[in-house]
Write a protein that binds this ligand. Structure first.
Ligand code: F6P
Length: 323
């Protein structure tokens, strides 16, 4: 192995820079050149490469976002468009590739690996934690902390004004962020895509909980079957006429900020492992974590199987918290 390409793709996630740093430093440690690819697969198709030096990755472990840039690149699904990516990889002499991103990025990486005929390894970088086979993705912990901090603030004003807040969080079609932020912020209820949402039941729950309470916080996953927080508030309003209802959509604030200890450590450990896997000729695998041990997961499984939050246990926990 002489030259490793690194790209970040899809929605950025806190900890991506820590991963870029670890990969660059590990590669150099093993006498391998590291090449940064700008803006994900878009940069791969256009040959926008930078030779990485130690100084490029100094003081980035604490920074959110990605110094390489990221993009969603639907064009990469087109085999014709991918041909230019393959040509640029060959021309640059890249003989191993590390893709940091979510399931869409791994889909691209999986087809590319076959066409370009070099080993490709993935690092799960997404706040959504929706990749099968790993207990955590890089960025998830930081996003959870951001949500909890925001909900604590909303709680202050909600309690002052005796209000019910519907707080919408990201996660696409997955409820990890919603469920676990609800537990950690002591929310009164949570709506996630993995369970059936019953508007009338939630209204009744709010009414019965609210006796003697000054506020209620309902965390709404953006992908809930009944819609986002605005839709839920509109649908529930007729059932809660005596209540003062408000909505907050946390939005992209959840993607930014300095990564937590956990995300920095996970990104650093898995970045080093990714380099070592490439050196061993391993391909089409994602580096995951289980019981604090790094593991590998086939791209195929990570892409095709659905990661599920542990609903049964967490639901009970929520019930106990909100009684
Ligand atoms: O996948 C990360 C994520 O933040 C999702 O939670 C969200 O649905 C989506 O990206 C938003 O994407 P964009 O920034 O392209 O609007």
């Amino acid at each position: 192995m002489k030259k490793i390409g690194i790209l970040t793709s899809g929605g950025d996630a806190p900890g991506m820079n820590a991963a870029i740093r670890a990969i660059t430093k590990a590669a150099m440690h093993y006498g391998i050149e590291a090449v940064g690819i700008r803006d994900g697969f878009e940069g791969l198709m256009n040959g926008r490469f930078i030779n990485m030096k130690y100084t490029d990755v100094d003081n980035i472990i604490q920074r959110g976002g990605t110094i390489l840039g990221s993009a969603r690149c639907p064009e990469f699904k087109d085999p014709e468009a991918r041909k230019s990516a393959v040509a640029h990889v060959k021309e640059a002499g890249i003989d191993g590739l590390i893709v940091i991103g979510g399931d869409g990025s791994f889909r691209g990486a999986n087809v590319l690996a076959k066409e370009v005929d070099i080993p490709v390894i993935g690092l799960p970088g997404t706040i959504d934690n929706d990749l099968y086979g790993t207990e955590a993705t890089i960025g998830y912990d930081t996003a959870l902390n951001t949500i909890v901090e925001a909900v604590d603030k909303i709680r202050d004003t909600a309690t002052s004004h005796k209000r019910v807040f519907f707080v919408e969080v990201m996660g696409r079609d997955s409820g990890f962020l919603a469920l676990n932020s609800a537990i950690a912020s002591g929310a009164e209820s949570v709506l996630i895509p993995e369970t059936i949402t019953d508007i009338v039941a939630i209204a009744n729950q709010i009414k019965s909980q609210n006796k003697g309470r000054r506020s209620s916080i309902i965390i709404v996953a953006e992908g809930d079957e009944e819609g986002g927080a605005m839709d839920i508030m509109r649908k529930i309003k007729p059932h809660l006429e005596d209540f003062k209802l408000r909505t907050t959509i946390l939005g992209h604030i959840q993607r930014g900020g300095s990564p937590s200890y956990y995300d920095r450590a996970l990104a650093t450990r898995s970045g080093i492992m990714a380099v070592e896997l490439l050196m061993a000729g391993v391909t089409e695998k994602m580096v995951g974590i289980k019981a604090d041990e790094l593991i590998t997961v086939d791209f195929k499984d990570a892409i095709e199987k659905k990661a599920m939050p542990k609903i049964e246990r967490e639901e009970l926990l929520l019930k106990l918290l909100t009684k």
